[in-house]
Design a protein around this ligand. Structure first.
Ligand code: SF4
Length: 319
């Protein structure tokens, strides 16, 4: 009988899943609660650009309880009520500052918004989603001080390792700026994750796969991947309608094959938060895969088993 492989993440799934990481760390299910704290983003207010990243429509992924007209406390209350019905055994909640750039404000404003979330008795920590060009020494020092007493992770939107892609999607920052923010964050011992969109226009499959090696060298702990989806009312939707041939939207089977090869090369030390995204069909241009994320994940794990592969199987640490 073949010997069972012992994965470095300590459970027997073929990649280091977010849910298992939380079970190991907190002893049970932890739920993120999306918060829209009313921030904006430098790629929308004109300081970096206007019109935003070409793929961006924040409404497409914000749950209904999450609206900036409501106080942070109220959004948390409604979020807990919503999730308690679906997952009654949840052990704790993280305030997920998700919409726009959640470090793009003065330190006083950030302090009041983060502390409002942390003052809720059921909130055990924060997830702060932001752009890498909206952090500085002062903000990171402050976040490091919160992280001494709470679970805190900064989730940077990197989207791609290629400057040509970042330019094409009007991202308004370079990969070097992302690396700088990540190094500054790592220097303070703050947990951090990076978000990538797989299949941005102009990237070939070999170029997508080559990013696994670049990402693996970053001093981060978490990664999150979304397949490219064209969301209505975005600049990308207009580009797509004008020239659909310059895009490749992966079907589910193609995408899972690609991601199986991708995670084979990925640092086994990373927690993989997601391998794909979900956008409501109503927001999408074109067809969705028609499967909930748990079913996509099930198919992915079956594929990994059939191929007898796993996260980091082909990872080679450089240097
Ligand atoms: S994706 Fe983020 S950085 Fe880009 S426009 Fe939207 S909110 Fe701003």
């Amino acid at each position: 009988m073949a010997e069972k492989i012992k994965y470095p993440w300590g459970h027997n799934r073929r990649f280091n899943t977010y849910s298992d990481y939380f079970k190991q760390r907190f002893g049970g299910r932890i739920q993120k609660l999306s918060i829209d704290a009313g921030f904006t983003c430098p790629n929308r207010d004109g300081s970096k650009g206007r019109g935003g990243c070409s793929f961006c429509n924040n409404n497409a992924f914000s749950p209904s309880y999450c609206q900036p007209v409501k106080s942070i406390g109220k959004q948390i209350e409604e979020g807990i009520e919503f999730h308690k019905k679906r997952y009654p055994r949840t052990r704790g909640y993280l305030g997920y500052f998700q919409s726009y750039s959640n470090t793009y404000e003065s330190i006083e404003v950030l302090r009041s918004r983060y502390e409002e979330a942390l003052s809720h008795p059921e909130i055990t920590g924060l997830v702060i989603g932001t752009r890498p060009d909206t952090v500085n020494e002062e903000i990171l020092d402050y976040i490091a001080s919160i992280a001494k007493h709470h679970y805190v992770i900064i989730e940077y939107g990197l989207e791609s390792c290629y400057n040509s892609t970042l330019e094409r999607v009007n991202r308004g920052h370079t990969f070097e700026e992302s690396q700088r923010a990540i190094e500054m964050t790592a220097a303070r011992g703050i947990r951090q994750g990076a978000h990538f969109i797989i299949g941005l226009p102009g990237e070939s499959e070999p170029e997508i796969l080559a990013q696994a090696e670049i990402i693996s060298e970053l001093p981060i702990q978490n990664v999150k991947f979304h397949q490219l989806q064209i969301v209505k009312n975005t600049n990308m939707a207009r580009e797509y309608e004008a020239d659909p041939g310059s895009f490749h939207l992966f079907n589910l089977e193609e995408y899972l094959e690609l991601m199986a090869s991708f995670i084979e090369q990925l640092n086994p030390g990373f927690v993989i938060e997601r391998i794909a995204g979900e956008v409501n069909q109503g927001y999408l241009l074109g067809d969705s895969w028609g499967l909930r994320y748990d079913k996509v994940l099930e198919k992915f794990e079956n594929l990994l088993a059939n191929k007898d592969t796993w996260q980091g199987k082909e990872f080679r640490k450089s240097g």
